[in-house]
Design a protein around this ligand. Structure first.
Ligand code: PGA
Length: 247
C-alpha cells in the first residue's frame, strides 16, 4: 500500500514560502513516501518547477474543461502545468463555497478523467458526531460524491472530521481505526476488490506528536495536513513518522 502525506496550504503562501517546498524536496529527496504539497493556485507553476520527489497538487478545480467561468481553473489547465494531484470536496469548499455532493462528484469525475490523483474529502460535523450518525454520513458522502465515477485507480479518500480541522482536537485512535475500517469495507462493497488499494488518509489537526500513533492504525495510509504543512519544521516530523511505520 502506498503511504501518502499531503499538505494543504489553503489560502496561505507567497513566493517566499516556496522555500519550504525546497527544504522538503532536499530533505526527502530519496524518500519512498508520496509527498504532496498543495499550495494556492498562484504558486502552482513555480512550485512544480522547483519540487523534486514532491508532487504538487491543486486544492480545487472547476468541473468543466473551459469556458465562461470567470475566476475558475480547470483540470486541463492543471495538467498543462504538470500538476499531478487534486483535493476535491474539502469541508471548507463544501461549507463556505456551497459545494454539494453533486458538484463534488462532477469535480471528482473530471479530475479522474484527466488522470489527476484525486483526494476526495469526507467528514462529519460535531453535531453529527454527537448524534451518532458519523458512519451514516460518511457512507452517504462516499456514495454521492463518487456517483457516476467508475475508475478509482487514481482515487485517494481523506477522512477529515470537521470538528478536528484546525482545532487541535483529534478523535481517539480507536475511533479513527473503527471509521477507517468502515470506509475500507464500504468502498470494497460498493466498488469491488480493487477498492482495497485506495489509500485512506486521516486529516484534522495532525502534527509531529500525534502522527506516530495515527499512522500505526490499520487502514490509515497517510495524512492530509493543513496548518502543520506550512513550515518545514512542522511538516518534516510528520513525514518522518510515516517513514518509521512498518511497510
Ligand atoms: P489542519 O487542517 O491540519 O490544520 O487541522 C486539515 C485540513 O483541513 O485538511
Amino acid at each position: 500500500m502506498r503511504k501518502i502525506i499531503a499538505g494543504n496550504w489553503k489560502m496561505n503562501g507567497k513566493l517566499e514560502n516556496l522555500l519550504e517546498i525546497k527544504k522538503i524536496s532536499n530533505e526527502f529527496a530519496r524518500s519512498k513516501i508520496e509527498i504532496i504539497i498543495c499550495p494556492p493556485f498562484t504558486l502552482l507553476s513555480a512550485a512544480s518547477e522547483l519540487a523534486k520527489n514532491v508532487y504538487i497538487g491543486a486544492q480545487n478545480l472547476h468541473p468543466e474543461n473551459e469556458g465562461a467561468f470567470t475566476g475558475e481553473i480547470s483540470a486541463n489547465m492543471l495538467v498543462d502545468l504538470g500538476i499531478t494531484h487534486s483535493i476535491i470536496g474539502h469541508s471548507e469548499r463544501r461549507n463556505k463555497h456551497n459545494e454539494t455532493n453533486e458538484i463534488v462528484a462532477r469535480k471528482v469525475k473530471i479530475s479522474l478523467e484527466k488522470k489527476l490523483q484525486t483526494i476526495i474529502c469526507i467528514g462529519e460535523t460535531e453535531l453529527q458526531r454527537k448524534e451518532n450518525s458519523t458512519l451514516e454520513i460518511l457512507e452517504q458522502q462516499l456514495l454521492d460524491s463518487l456517483a457516476n465515477n467508475t475508475n478509482f485507480e487514481k482515487l485517494i479518500v481523506a477522512y477529515e472530521p470537521i470538528w478536528a480541522i484546525g482545532t487541535g482536537l483529534i478523535p481517539e485512535v480507536s475511533e479513527i481505526s473503527k471509521i477507517h475500517d468502515f470506509i475500507r469495507v464500504r468502498l470494497v462493497e460498493l466498488y469491488g476488490s480493487n477498492a482495497s488499494n485506495i489509500p485512506l488518509l486521516y486529516g484534522g489537526s495532525v502534527n509531529g506528536s500525534n502522527a506516530p500513533e495515527i499512522f500505526n492504525v490499520n487502514n490509515v495510509n497517510g495524512a492530509l495536513v493543513g496548518g502543520a504543512s506550512l513550515s518545514f519544521e512542522k511538516f518534516a516530523p510528520i513525514i518522518r513518522a510515516i517513514e518509521n511505520t512498518s511497510p
